[in-house]
Ligand binder design. Structure first.
Ligand code: FPP
Length: 253
């Protein structure tokens, strides 16, 4: 436990409604064991399973997972193929339990770029859980924030050109409404595993006021205990949204 972390019993503030995770470290996990990178990704699927379960059990409303970035298409073809197969298989295997746990699968990203059979598996999972009202599981696939922002800007430009939108009236809500996360609250907490301290083109608009947590734990080793410790750490933070600490305290009392 680092000095930044608190124990579960010290938790004070509200639990995060929306947790976003950059799942990093699968390749290093495999290398440490003299295994091929795909073994790390396969093990990473177990962490996806475990963290989704604990997030669902502890009342997180949105869990957004960065599973495959736009930039990941540049990895060796063999690794991309393996990841695509793993994602398709995982969604097929996991959908019944997700549905039983009332988890709603939502797909975010340029899904049309994925292999057609994987798209079909994802769509089947999405469709099977569309009436679920518990945890919203956002799977970001072929996603990057700049991809999302370019798409959003094009949509607003199209509406303005058609006369449907007054450019002078564009505000934060207008932009929110054309993002892939439209209708969702912004992430309260962004976790990155694997030790790097960067955002890697993830949810750039939405994380304007997210609390950030970087852990050295490699994604396949990331489990329930650490996730709960991080939620406790989050509850102990004062979120000021640009205000002073005194203002925040007087609003709370
Ligand atoms: C980063 O580790 C991880 C990925 C690029 C892929 C993450 C995907 C999964 C865990 C599978 C997701 C499955 C579902 C169903 C959502 P890395 O390969 O960059 O690791 P490294 O930095 O150690 O090389």
């Amino acid at each position: 436990m680092t000095t930044e972390q608190t124990t579960h019993s010290q938790a004070q503030g509200a639990a995060p409604q929306h947790v976003a995770i950059i799942m990093d470290g699968n390749g290093r996990w495999a290398r440490q064991r003299m295994q091929v990178r795909s073994e790390g990704h396969a093990e990473g699927v177990n962490s996806v399973h475990n963290i989704t379960k604990v997030a669902s059990d502890c009342g997180v409303k949105y869990l957004t997972l960065y599973a495959f970035s736009t930039e990941n298409w540049n990895r060796p073809t063999e690794e991309v193929d393996t990841l695509m197969r793993l994602i398709g298989t995982a969604i097929r295997n996991e959908t019944p339990e997700l549905k039983a746990n009332n988890v709603h699968i939502n797909l975010i990203g340029d899904i049309a770029r994925l292999p057609e059979d994987v798209q079909a598996d994802l769509e089947a999972g999405r469709k099977a859980t569309e009436n679920c009202t518990g945890l919203n599981l956002n799977l970001c696939l072929s996603y990057s924030a700049r991809w999302e922002l370019i798409r959003a800007v094009k949509e607003l430009a199209r509406r303005a050109a058609n006369g449907e939108l007054d450019p002078a009236a564009i505000d934060e809500a207008t932009i929110d409404s054309v993002l892939a996360t439209a209708g969702m609250p912004d992430p309260d907490l962004l976790i990155r595993t694997g030790g790097e301290q960067r955002i890697s083109n993830f949810l750039l608009w939405q994380i304007a006021y997210s609390e950030l947590y970087f852990t050295p734990t490699l994604w396949p080793d990331f489990g329930k205990e650490e996730f709960l410790d991080i939620l406790d750490n989050f509850r102990g933070r004062e979120r000021r949204f640009g205000k002073t600490s005194d203002q925040v305290k007087s609003e709370q009392s």
